[in-house]
Design a protein around this ligand. Structure first.
Ligand code: IPE
Ligand code: IPE
Ligand code: MG
Length: 234
């Protein structure tokens, strides 16, 4: 089996999964967060080197405030636990998105997570939180414009490669495989630049029920595709 170097996931369907069990949406989020820890280990054991997951979009602030509050509480707990799992499993964690809208204590925990894991050599794990691809591109454009205005760069020298370095995913290769769980067939503002030549895999399985077998199924499908650009399947 040819394992993709970088897998990006839109982990969707926590709410519907919980509802189908007669439980509140937040139960789905709690189980979804637990599942993420398991899938990180599975991904590494299968040979995946980069895993990027969508935890909270710039649009998710529009959800009812009690759900947003519950999610933020969960992220606080998740981030603290992740400091330990990153240490135990040698994971290097990066954060994508604009942290400035998050509570200061959560921002601090995320910084600690990135800082304490930066020399680890195992799974490269990117968490997208308050992430929106259009927002990321606009933030990058502002930085490029500033560099030009202050004479550090001239517009003619801006290439695709250089621009990629201004994105939150600088240093991270483009995803080879994108997985979206729970049946929606859209990108919801995820990695629009980075997914230019990525293979897409959609499954009806909701995130809390997505397991190693489902991940293997996605990789097998990916193996059956002939890729034109952006990656080589031998
Ligand atoms: C994904 O599950 C988790 C987040 C977006 C935070 P959802 O909360 O979107 O669950 P559904 O799609 O409503 O079932
Ligand atoms: C996308 O899922 C964002 C995350 C998984 C964090 P949503 O459930 O928020 O997306 P839409 O609203 O269905 O497009
Ligand atoms: Mg959803």
């Amino acid at each position: 089996m040819n394992v993709p170097n970088h897998v990006a996931i839109i982990l969707d369907g926590n709410g519907r999964w919980a509802k189908s069990k007669g439980m509140p949406r937040n139960y789905g989020h709690v189980r979804g967060a637990k599942n993420l820890e398991v899938i990180c280990e599975d991904a590494w054991n299968l040979g995946i080197k980069y895993l990027t997951v969508y935890l909270f979009s710039t649009e998710n602030w529009k959800r009812p405030s009690d759900e947003v509050d519950a999610l933020m509480k969960l992220f606080r707990r998740y981030t603290k636990t992740c400091v330990k799992t990153a240490r135990d499993n040698n994971m290097k964690v990066r954060v994508l998105g604009d942290p400035s809208a998050l509570a200061p204590d959560l921002q601090a925990s995320l910084r600690e997570l990135v800082e304490t894991s930066k020399d680890n050599t195992g799974l490269n794990f990117q968490i997208a939180i308050n992430y929106g691809s259009r927002d990321e591109i606009i933030r990058a454009v502002r930085k490029v414009a500033e560099d030009c205005m202050e004479g550090r760069r001239s517009p003619g020298t801006i290439t695709e490669e250089l621009f990629s370095g201004y994105l939150d995913t600088a240093e991270v290769p483009d995803p080879d495989l994108l997985i979206r769980t729970s049946g929606e067939l859209r990108l919801s503002n995820y990695l629009l630049w980075q997914l230019a030549y990525t293979e897409f895999y959609f499954t009806e399985v909701p995130w809390p029920a997505f397991n190693k077998e489902e991940l293997i199924k996605a990789i097998e499908k990916y193996n059956g595709r002939a890729r034109r650009y952006g990656g080589v399947i031998e």
